[in-house]
Design a protein around this ligand. Sequence first.
Ligand SMILES: [Zn+2]
Length: 166
Amino acid sequence: MSGAIKWQWNFTKNCRVDIMDRKFMHEALKLAYEAAQAGEIPVGAVIVKDGEIIAEGKNMRETKQNALSHAEIEAINNACRKLGSWRLDECEIYVTLEPCPMCAGAIINSRIKTLIFGAYDQKSGSIDSVVNLCDYPYNHKVEVYGGICEDECLKVLQDFFKNLRN
Ligand SMILES: [Zn+2]
């Protein structure tokens, strides 16, 4: 459809809302739901290159009993394996929750081009909420969009914690 608006600004969060962003974030959300079913805090991530998903990850901290097994780290591991390279400079990562400091660092170190996240994390979000690591003068600058499908990304977390209490 020529002339159609491909993306628009979400003025409350000052971020883009792209049709493809929604599509890929929904794929990340599916992984978050899978994580919830396994008793994990539901966070999902996908890595996209040339408009296609090349790697997926979901939070597996409890399953693996490994503090490093966040969705983003799992996805980055899978992407590096798939591409045979530690450099993910032509890739975008979609994650349902604002990355923690470890994952923000991994995203910078893997040279990912763009980070798109859903819900903000007031407790350990390190892209906006607690600190913004992407704003420091590291040797790689990540382009960041937050608040994509925020309500849905928040809901999967809220539902998970509500179920835990019941
Ligand atoms: Zn993390």
